[in-house]
Design a protein around this ligand. Structure first.
Ligand SMILES: NC(=O)c1ccc[n+]([C@@H]2O[C@H](COP(=O)([O-])OP(=O)(O)OC[C@H]3O[C@@H](n4cnc5c(N)ncnc54)[C@H](OP(=O)(O)O)[C@@H]3O)[C@@H](O)[C@H]2O)c1
Length: 234
């Protein structure tokens, strides 16, 4: 795996904490040529051996300027994301869904659209999108997040259709619960961010275009092929 990453210059979004910081640390350990750790506030980046850069993924001008400046990038990990509870019966549901989509879907598109021409110019590369078992799950309160990840999965598949023939591997990473700030309130068993990053980077290095990190994501994907259950009012 080291061989795949040692000549790679990587941009990781949301790299100041959680899964993004674990990706940045793992890439440094794997000998990546350069790791740009992007964060809304670069002063909060704690990883050693990285180059902190400022990026709010919802800011198109900032993403475009960064892609112009970081012309050596050959791999992008779209990791930045948010989770907000939202139910159809909440007064502010539309605003919540709008803001989650703006980060998880449009933010991923913004960064990918800014950097894809760079990757193609540099002879090809990799874009990996941090999705979720939630891409295939529906449940009360999970409306905003699930919609955003399902849409980001479609975005990923459509990006692959355009970028694959241009030499860019586009990989979707799906995982269940991970032990980060995002899931701090969830009391059950969680994956460590470190194991998620290691598993994902190993699969990406072997050319995988879809990574199902755990049983939860494998079960969620399998269940999506089941028929929709019949209507039954409670
Ligand atoms: N935790 C889980 O159970 C789980 C499971 C599956 C997938 N995921 C996905 O994994 C990714 C990372 O999540 P996490 O668990 O590490 O969450 P986290 O600990 O809450 O970290 C989220 C990261 O995203 C950044 N971010 C949020 N909005 C941003 C924006 N507009 N521009 C730039 N950065 C932004 C945050 O930066 P700030 O510090 O500035 O807020 C932070 O670095 C997300 O895409 C998430 O959906 C998480």
């Amino acid at each position: 795996m080291r061989d795949v990453y040692d000549g790679t210059t990587v941009l990781v979004t949301g790299a100041n904490r959680g899964v993004g910081a674990a990706f940045a640390d793992a890439l440094v350990e794997l000998g990546a040529k350069k790791v740009y750790a992007a964060a809304r506030d670069p002063e909060t980046v704690r990883s050693r051996g990285v180059t902190p850069v400022r990026l709010d993924v919802t800011d198109r001008d900032q993403a475009a300027a960064l892609a112009e400046r970081l012309s050596d990038v050959t791999m992008v990990i779209n990791n930045a994301g948010i989770h907000r509870r939202a139910s159809l019966f909440d007064e502010g549901v539309v605003d919540v869904v709008d803001s989650v989509l703006r980060t998880n879907l449009v933010g991923t598109l913004t960064v990918s659209a800014a950097f894809a021409p760079r990757l193609v110019e540099n002879g090809g590369g990799i874009i990996a999108n941090m999705l979720s078992a939630g891409s295939w799950l529906a449940g009360p309160g999970n409306l905003a997040y699930a919609v955003s990840k399902a849409a980001a999965l479609s975005l990923t598949n459509n990006m692959r259709a355009e970028l694959g023939p241009r030499g860019v591997q586009v990989t979707a990473i799906h995982a269940g619960f991970i032990d980060t700030d995002m899931m701090a309130a969830f009391p059950g068993r969680k994956l460590s961010p470190r194991e998620v990053a290691a598993h994902a980077l190993s699969a990406i290095a072997s050319g995988a275009q879809e990574v199902l990190i755990d049983d939860m994501s494998r079960a969620a994907k399998a269940a999506s092929a089941e028929p929709v259950p019949p209507f039954a009012a409670a």
